[in-house]
Design a protein around this ligand. Structure first.
Ligand SMILES: NC(=O)C1=CN([C@@H]2O[C@H](COP(=O)(O)OP(=O)(O)OC[C@H]3O[C@@H](n4cnc5c(N)ncnc54)[C@H](OP(=O)(O)O)[C@@H]3O)[C@@H](O)[C@H]2O)C=CC1
Ligand SMILES: O=C1O[C@H](COP(=O)(O)O)[C@@H](O)[C@H](O)[C@H]1O
Length: 502
């Protein structure tokens, strides 16, 4: 269903998990930016968590968060006056009634038309209970819209995701559910569609006749930090591949949607997932490799091995690195490998997509200077930290001989628009308030991506990787990831050499 998208949304946001890390680092600063830009005016927030806090104490926490994580600090007192707090254990049905009373009061006070966002920034084990309770206790009986914004991970396998989906669907219909994948809120991830579908020079080439392979890299310098308990049962495959990396692959591989509506775009992404060649257990080893970081020295500090991080098993078999090859068995992509890789404690923090074009059929320049191999054309989409596009072409070297040199055409997104692009969470929160679900994941996409990764998890859970730990903290990852491409006659383009030239 296409929802009526409004530009100045009003809403009461009921934020479950309001004392947590995500709320502090991402959500409060994002709501603040929307307020500062006057994108939202009539709004109120109820923070929900167990610890006892007064409204004033909670507002002080929100103020701290804005002062630490947002780039401007004006009107903060006015901003935090929109926040209330309700101490409440979400697994007990009792205090939902009190929550409803607070919600109704704020609805009237701020003239919010009964519009409600239930934002679940909590561990997934609570998602089903909260959805059921807000319905049972009448919080969803409202005159305006009701929407459920739900954080990842959405389950830990297809089966668990399906159970969770059934639970939340008792209270919310599919078009009221906004499953967050914050990569879909990143400016340059949203730009993938525009680069592909708004440029006559790319779309005709966007297929197996002209593209040799596509590489998607998301590397992090951070380790697992304080999230060892969660990460031990997740690993990089469930934490990053099932969602962020596969979403980027879908955007790169999908067919042009007939319209730019959420339904059309999400159904094209789901079709791309349906075309993925399913993994067979016996093929996992040939298509996917894993790694786990060992201790390493970065800027003269010794960083611990994953197995020595808090709440991590000293013999853990959990992967902190994944590289893999995906094949899309459709007319457009047959034969083109999509390589993906992601890891924690790597040498650089960077997310990039490299589209490598095929060599031209006959190259006039090889014969003259065989050592001067002509560089393949590359399109590099820089997702973060820098945002932009680089096109690597070949041009003539200055001078009399006919030799070539690679040249770069670069576009830096931020310097062109002369503004900082909005944070992913800011955009997604705004979209959920406006009723635009385009950049949220539909159940079909979630189900298909879980089915794909479940086979890999099953194999990995049952085979201990005796090489772990197999890469040093602060390095470029394990050697097995290079072998994966070498077998196909390819190599990973070194992301640190592909920066944007301004
Ligand atoms: N942090 C991040 O960078 C990211 C987080 N996410 C996801 O966001 C969600 C939240 O993560 P994060 O903020 O890091 O988690 P935290 O552990 O920091 O916060 C959990 C929150 O839940 C509250 N809580 C826990 N149990 C209950 C309960 N029984 N009743 C009411 N409140 C409860 C806690 O407050 P109290 O103890 O006071 O009850 C706290 O506010 C998770 O699903 C996570 O996977 C997704 C992407 C990134
Ligand atoms: O969802 C997650 O993403 C972050 C990486 O996000 P980014 O925007 O900084 O690239 C990752 O650290 C975390 O483990 C994962 O849960």
């Amino acid at each position: 269903m296409q929802v009526n998208v409004t530009n100045k949304p009003t809403a009461l946001i009921i934020l479950f998990g309001a004392t947590g890390d995500l709320a502090k680092r991402k959500l409060f600063p994002s709501i603040y930016r929307l307020f500062q830009k006057k994108n939202i005016e009539k709004f109120a927030v109820i923070g929900v968590a167990r610890r006892p806090l007064t409204n004033a104490e909670f507002q002080e926490n929100v103020k701290d968060s804005v002062q630490t994580f947002a780039d401007s600090h004006e009107n903060v007192d006015d901003f935090v006056s929109h926040f209330s707090y309700h101490s409440h254990d979400v697994s007990s049905s009792e205090s939902y009634i009190e929550l409803k009373n607070i919600a109704d009061k704020l609805d009237e006070q701020y003239d919010l038309n009964g519009n409600r966002i239930f934002y679940l920034a909590m561990a997934p084990e609570f998602f089903g209970t909260i959805a059921e309770q807000v319905k049972a206790q009448g919080l969803t009986d409202t005159t305006g819209y009701k929407r459920l914004v739900i954080e990842k991970p959405f389950g830990t396998s297809f089966e668990s995701a399906q159970e969770l989906n059934v639970q939340i669907r008792t209270a919310f219909s599919e078009d009221e559910i906004y499953r967050i994948d914050h990569y879909l809120g990143k400016e340059m991830v949203q730009n993938i569609e525009v680069i592909r579908f708004a440029n006559a020079m790319f779309e005709p080439l966007w297929n197996n006749q002209y593209i040799s392979n596509i590489q998607v890299t998301s590397s992090e310098t951070l380790g697992v930090e304080e999230r060892g308990r969660y990460y031990e049962t997740s690993g990089a495959l469930r934490d990053m591949v099932q969602n962020h990396l596969m979403q980027m692959v879908a955007l790169l591989a999908m067919e042009p949607p007939i319209k730019l509506t959420d339904e059309e775009i999400r159904s094209e992404k789901a079709r791309a997932f349906r075309s993925l060649r399913p993994m067979k257990k016996e093929d996992v080893e040939a298509f996917f490799v894993r790694g786990q970081y060992d201790e390493g020295t970065v800027s003269n500090s010794l960083l611990p091995a994953y197995r020595n991080e808090p709440s991590v098993d000293s013999e853990s078999n959990t992967e902190t690195y994944v590289a893999g090859k995906l094949l899309i068995d459709n007319f457009r992509w047959a034969g083109v490998p999509f390589y993906i890789r992601t890891g924690k404690r790597m040498d650089v923090k960077s997310t990039k997509i490299v589209v490598q074009f095929k060599d031209i059929p006959m190259n006039l320049y090889y014969s003259k200077e065989p050592e001067e191999n002509v560089h393949p054309n590359l399109l590099v989409i820089h997702i973060q930290p820098e945002e932009g596009i680089t096109l690597l072409l070949n041009a003539k070297k200055n001078g009399n001989q006919m030799q070539t040199k690679p040249v770069r055409l670069s576009f830096s997104n931020t310097s062109i628009d002369r503004m900082n692009t909005p944070e992913a969470y800011e955009k997604l929160l705004f979209d959920s308030m406006r009723g635009d679900a385009t950049n949220f994941t539909h159940w079909d996409e979630v189900a298909l991506s879980w089915k794909f990764v479940d086979i890999i998890s099953e194999v990995w859970e049952h085979t201990k990787d005796e090489t772990f730990p197999n890469y040093v903290a602060g390095s470029a990852g394990p050697k097995c990831a290079d072998n994966l491409l070498e077998k196909d006659g390819h190599f990973w383009w070194p992301i640190e050499n592909l920066e944007i030239d301004n």
